[in-house]
Write a protein of this length. Structure first.
Length: 317
């Protein structure tokens, strides 16, 4: 069986259109009191305000309220005390001793700290900040990649299957391994680069991921799911409400002649986020990315429809 590139591309486009009519985001979470976090950015090349604009409405639907600030002066006890956690996505080079102490005291008191991507190259004059994050950015290339999941049974990682995105390939230095647990690695040659981790500081918790250079990752539902998990873990909130996120492989073998790559989920509660399909010999194979409702453990099945409207079922592994 052979599928021309045109047929496959058309099929995938139809699949995306079909699944777009289902659920393209995690279901809104009804909560009496949203989690309130301060999001600290700057005017640098990572464009924090634009990235905030991508993430804020997604997390708002999930019961997390982000407030944007571009002022490092907001690192003071009075301002920080209004929030359950602090997200930093900035390349601000310097922090004053007073701001440094306010941040350290804030986290040590039991609050959450969520530095993302370039936050590991922030406040270069502060060794204590670098230790708080857990490492410092050193260099990077670029590429499209996925990560190795290191701690699948960590509460933050249960139900999370990783994702793939174009991003910068961060390499870190000045690692602080004290009270640090690495959750994801990025494979680089023969070495594994720590990529996503958690650590503790006093009574507080820190979540860091190197994901997040630009809109390609920030718009990826896998990244959004991971950040929600990181925020909830850091502030001590319920992780059980976060939808599962998986990437799976499916295949249809034998008698595949006459079937095309029109795929759609057989469950309306499955958030089908994209798929690619290719014919290999007598097998039709595909790779799908999907979300499941919180607490769901069984993966979805996908249906393959033939030109004659006959259907065969894919099982996601």
């Amino acid at each position: 069986m052979y599928f021309s590139p045109t047929v496959l591309l058309r099929a995938v486009a139809v699949f995306v259109a079909l699944t777009s009519s289902l659920h393209l985001a995690a279901a809104p979470l009804q909560a009496a009191e949203p989690l309130k976090l301060l999001f600290l950015g700057d005017t640098g090349h990572h464009q924090p305000a634009a990235r905030f604009a991508q993430l804020q409405p997604v997390l708002k639907e999930r019961g997390i309220e982000l407030t944007y600030s571009g002022k490092v002066e907001d690192l003071n006890a009075a301002t920080l005390g209004q929030y359950a956690g602090l997200v930093i996505y900035a390349n601000t080079t310097r922090i004053s001793p007073e701001q440094e102490q306010a941040l350290l005291d804030y986290v040590a008191s039991g609050k959450g700290f969520i530095p993302l991507h370039c936050a590991s190259y922030c406040f270069l004059n502060s060794p204590k900040y670098i230790d708080l994050v857990g490492a410092q950015f050193q260099r990077h290339g670029t590429g499209t990649f996925s990560t190795i999941l290191a701690e699948k049974e960590h509460p933050l990682m249960r139900g999370f299957g990783g994702f793939e995105s174009w991003d910068e390939t961060y390499v870190h230095t000045k690692h602080n391994e004290q009270d640090r647990t690495v959750l994801e690695y990025r494979q680089e040659g023969d070495r594994k680069e720590p990529w996503t981790w958690v650590r503790t500081h006093g009574k507080g918790r820190v979540f860091y991921t190197a994901w997040g250079h630009d809109q390609r990752t920030w718009g990826n539902p896998g990244f959004q799911n991971l950040v929600e998990r990181g925020i909830r873990w850091a502030v001590g909130a319920d992780l059980g409400v976060v939808p599962a996120f998986q990437v799976g492989n499916g295949y249809l073998v034998n008698n595949a002649t006459g079937y095309n790559a029109l795929l759609f989920a057989n469950r309306a509660d499955v958030c089908s986020l994209g798929a690619t399909a290719v014919a290999v010999g007598q097998a039709l194979q595909f790779r799908a990315q999907f979300q499941l409702p919180a607490g769901t453990t069984a993966g979805p099945m996908f249906l393959v429809r033939s030109a004659a409207a006959k259907e065969r079922m894919f099982v996601v592994e």
